[in-house]
Design a protein around this ligand. Structure first.
Ligand code: 6R9
Length: 645
């Protein structure tokens, strides 16, 4: 870990919304008087009926209940669109940069208003009503944002499914939230390659039938349309009016569901509601990125992940910002693409993931240095711990040593950023997410749940609620309680390990549960295992993460074959293809080791600790193996371990 400190530059503090003294004072008030603090800051968005109650939350294990601004009413799309028309109607809301560098589009707030209204009317035409779930399976085109905001406008709950997920994964998510309408595109386009989105929806709908599929035309590729179920968006949009009144929603009405992987079982539908979420997303966007009117802001995430929800769509648009939306990938047509786009659109604030930084760092500095990047003012990082080498390269080479980096720690469940520097207030330490945002009370506990004081290392919990927090697991409140509030009763358990240093700075060390983080994507090892054992030649599988130079973590799978099956390289390839088909390319195992037996306790539990050590190549420190049912399997595993990338 690096101990270098980068003090706040005077010119950054001079223009910042928040300097250190303000941070200290506001933070103190936010935890001592949450009702007063949030009662005031809740007014940053427009309410139809103002709230009179602010915080009503309980982390009590027997009665977890989270409500913010509960008697207020609002409409999220009106906050992200309509309220800016008067002042900023002709200002760009979205700058869309296509996969092909010759394609881009500027959508003003007036344009956005027209498009969202039309989209909302098209959804009405498909019979979608307040409270219905709508699945969005889209490429990174402006219509994805229109679709989300259109749902918000009519009170439908969207569930965006990342376009890289397989038909099976899509079907599972459609089924879980019982959504009857899917919005998709004919095909996506990424790095010059087509993604068969509509055809995937057709396959998913065989397992999880839906009433209506709205298809946006992106590539014009040849696709099948099913009579009575599928409609072209552009044909429907031509027929509807461009006016649709925003529905009055309660602060606690659901805004969206987003599926995320956990340590057990199938992905959970993380549910976020309207008022608290929007207050939190917009406030963090303004303060963490020190956003000022007129700036161009670019978050490179996909709208299929929470980062895309809060920091491409809801946060920036609630603030009337210009948000750049990028269809492509960091390395197409070449590894200079990000920086060329920064120059082309004069990007001021740039927010990406460590995995992208590491990949581009490997491609050579010249791809960066041949661009100007003089418009850049602030850099951000999210998704996984950023190693000090990548941080330093990002800072010196991309930011020319003049742009602070905000390393933002948060989760799908938290709705917005919880631990982060504020550029005008926080001295930076490479690799540390630094200090809590307003209202956020982190604590470190040991494995027994004892609170550790001062400089310490253990598991990260949050001791009280903040407005952006998830409210429940869709359709399964008990699972919500068991997953987040049962390990350390009365605390929200993040699943992350963490160290706090003598300055009170937080350093996230990574997941402490059976979740791995592959290129910033969360993957439950159990999901990959169940995909593997679904293959007819596989009898048992155990999956762990191992350190990977670019992805952060790679996927290492130990596979036991059915009696009589040959352990061939061909079969390994077949298993990789199989997992891609079952879950999607992001779940492809990097290494597969055929194992005649897995290390198990006498009660039959797989000892993952040992498998992790072998995958990490640290088999000198395997610890006690005497409790294993058959300690000799370990020798075979070590002898046949796969070489790490
Ligand atoms: C926003 C997002 C959440 C998990 C989280 C943690 C890891 C995210 C991080 C970070 C260290 C950071 N994580 N940001 N670890 N430093 N700045 O990524 O949500 O996909 O739900 O992942 O990602 O392990 O628990 P999500």
């Amino acid at each position: 870990m690096s101990d270098t400190v980068f003090p706040v530059p005077a010119e950054v503090a001079a223009r910042a919304h928040i300097v250190d003294a303000q941070y200290q004072e506001m933070y103190r008030r936010s935890v001592e008087d949450p009702d007063g603090f949030w009662g005031e800051h809740g007014k940053r968005i427009d309410w139809i009926k103002p709230y009179t109650r602010v915080k009503n939350t309980s982390f009590d294990y027997h009665n977890v209940s989270i409500k913010w601004f509960e008697d207020g009413t609002l409409n999220v799309s009106a906050n992200c669109v309509d309220r800016h028309l008067e002042k900023r109607g002709d200002k760009p809301a979205i700058i869309w940069e296509g996969d092909d560098p010759n394609e881009h589009k500027v959508i003003t707030y007036n344009d956005l208003h027209r498009e969202v209204n039309k989209f909302a009317n098209v959804l009405h035409g498909q019979g979608v009503k307040k409270g219905d779930r709508v699945t969005i399976y889209m490429p990174m085109i402006p219509e994805a944002a229109y679709a989300m905001l259109a749902c918000a406008r009519i009170g439908a709950i969207h569930s965006v499914v990342f376009g890289g997920f397989s038909p099976d994964s899509l079907a599972q998510r459609i089924e879980d939230c019982k959504s009857e309408c899917v919005i998709t595109a004919d095909e996506g386009l990424r790095g010059g390659r087509k993604v068969p989105l509509k055809s995937n929806v057709d396959k998913a709908a065989e397992k999880a039938p839906v009433k209506s599929v709205v298809v946006v035309r992106r590539t014009g590729g040849d696709i099948a349309m099913r009579e009575g179920r599928d409609v072209w968006y552009h044909e429907e949009a031509d027929r509807v009016s461009d006016h649709c009144r925003p529905v009055e929603m309660n602060a606690e009405d659901p805004l969206f569901i987003l599926y995320t992987s956990g340590s057990t079982g199938k992905p959970k539908g993380v549910m976020h509601t309207s008022g608290g979420y929007l207050v939190y997303a917009s406030m963090t966007h303004e303060y963490v990125f020190d956003y000022h009117e007129g700036e161009i802001y670019w978050c490179t995430a996909d709208v299929g992940w929470v980062t895309g929800h809060s920091y491409i769509v809801y946060g920036p648009l609630a603030n009337g910002a210009t948000t750049l939306m990028f269809e492509g990938v960091p390395t197409y047509p070449g590894p200079g693409r990000f920086w060329e786009v920064c120059d082309k659109h004069d990007v001021n604030i740039f927010y990406t993931a460590p995995t992208a930084i590491r990949a581009l760092m490997g491609a050579g500095d010249e791809h960066v240095t041949q661009t100007s990047r003089k418009s850049l003012r602030l850099l951000g990082s999210v998704g996984e711990p950023i190693n000090p080498e990548a941080w330093t390269w990002y800072y010196n080479v991309v930011g020319d040593g003049r742009c602070p980096i905000v390393d933002t720690w948060w989760q799908t469940e938290t709705g917005g950023i919880l631990i982060t520097p504020l550029p005008g207030a926080t001295d930076l330490k490479p690799g540390s997410a630094t200090r809590p945002f307003f209202g956020v009370q982190p604590a470190i506990v040991d494995s027994e749940g004892k609170f550790l004081e001062g400089a310490s290392e253990g598991n990260l919990v949050i001791t009280d609620s903040w407005p952006g927090q998830m409210r429940t697991v869709y359709g399964d409140h008990e699972r919500f309680i068991q997953t987040y509030f049962a390990t350390y009763k009365g605390q929200y358990f993040t699943g992350d390990g963490c160290r706090r240093d003598e300055d009170g700075y937080y350093w996230i060390t990574g997941r402490v549960d059976d979740v791995i983080n592959v290129s910033g994507h969360r993957m439950g090892t159990a999901e990959v295992e169940s995909a593997l054992v679904a293959h007819p030649k596989v009898s048992e599988a155990a999956v762990v993460g191992y350190p990977h130079d670019i992805k952060g973590q790679g996927i290492y799978a130990y596979v036991t074959l059915m009696e009589g099956q040959e352990p061939t390289d061909e079969l390994k390839k077949e298993l990789v293809r199989h997992v891609r088909n079952e879950i999607g390319p992001i779940a492809s195992p990097d290494l597969i080791q055929f194992a005649p037996g897995l290390p198990k306790t006498r009660s039959g539990k797989i000892m993952r600790r040992i498998l992790r050590k072998i995958a990490e190549d640290s088999f000198d420190s395997l610890g006690d193996t005497s409790t294993l049912a058959d300690p000799t399997v370990v020798d075979d595993l070590i002898d046949n371990r796969q070489n790490r990338a």
